[in-house]
Design a binder for this molecule. Structure first.
Ligand code: HEM
Length: 254
């Protein structure tokens, strides 16, 4: 039988090849790409995977797809919140705003987008008929004037879809090419759609939590902490920004 020691060098070589390939995709010049990979993607992906797996185990339901849907939703939301919190934290810690684009904020945002879209794919499998997410069931068509689903379940899904569209747009414009093509100001305006997406996801999550026939209080608390954290950091960042603008030297007072 082949031992671990025998295949270890091959595994190591495979890992370094994968790392170099991803680094090349992240940045042709590669040093920056490798730095992003080692300092951002490896720790973030590892912790997101571990947390998602732990949540999927802990969620109280016999249905695996439901547990995965909730776990990816919460971890996606946490990463999304972190990406929005990095700006205010930077401002509060450094006393001046972060540059328009930083690799950390961008990489956290990219992972948040990917995990959220994974949640969308899994979320669409939680209920048997994917059409029923957005359109009333056929049996109800005769007594409905409007077939698009506008009850609470429909509202939860339409908001989820709206947030997903924004997230796809944000992901598609997260590369350096987009920054070059649109220029800093326009690119920033596009990326600021993330605030709208976060607000829409908040509504989506609240409506779904209200619909849940087996409410799980721990999830509601975690959801609340993430949202309150983002709102609190944004408010603190805004106040620090205004104070900095009002200070005679244009610097944040100590
Ligand atoms: C069409 C798009 C989407 C669909 C079909 C969808 C589906 C679902 C489903 C089925 C649930 C509830 C799990 C359950 O109770 O059965 C849920 C909850 C949730 N979703 Fe989505 N989702 C979508 C988009 C998004 C996006 C883009 C995000 C961004 C992170 C998101 C974040 C959440 C959150 C935070 C919850 C609440 C989890 C909880 O605490 O129970 N969803 N979604």
């Amino acid at each position: 039988m082949t031992s671990v020691a025998e295949i270890a060098p091959d595994l190591y070589r495979l890992c370094t090849e994968v790392r170099d390939a991803v680094a090349r995709v992240l940045d042709p010049a590669s040093i920056r790409g490798r730095r992003r990979l080692e300092w951002h993607y490896l720790p973030l992906v590892t912790s997101a995977a571990v947390t998602t797996a732990a949540l999927a185990v802990l969620v109280d339901s016999p249905v695996l797809v439901y547990r995965l849907s909730v776990a990816t939703a919460i971890v996606g939301l946490a990463l999304f919140g972190l990406s929005l919190g990095i700006g205010p934290i930077g401002l509060l810690v450094r006393g001046r705003p972060l540059p328009i684009s930083t690799d950390l904020r961008r990489d956290v945002g990219i992972l948040a987008g990917i995990l959220s879209l994974l949640h969308v794919a899994i979320g669409l499998m939680v209920y048997p008929d994917v059409r029923s997410y957005f359109v009333y069931p056929m049996a109800e068509w005769q007594r409905r004037l409007f077939l698009l689903r506008l009850d609470d379940f429909g509202a939860a899904n339409w908001t989820g879809l709206a947030a997903s569209v924004i997230l796809v747009l944000l992901l598609a414009t997260s590369g350096d090419w987009a920054l070059r093509r649109y220029g800093a100001r326009r690119w920033k305006q596009i990326q600021q759609l993330a605030y709208w997406a976060f607000g829409i996801v908040f509504v989506h999550g609240v409506v779904y939590q209200r619909l849940d026939p087996h409410p799980q209080h721990a999830l509601v608390v975690i959801f609340g902490i993430i949202v309150a954290g983002v709102v609190g950091l944004q408010a603190a960042g805004y106040l620090a920004y205004v104070a900095r603008a009002d200070a005679p030297s244009g610097r944040t007072p100590r």
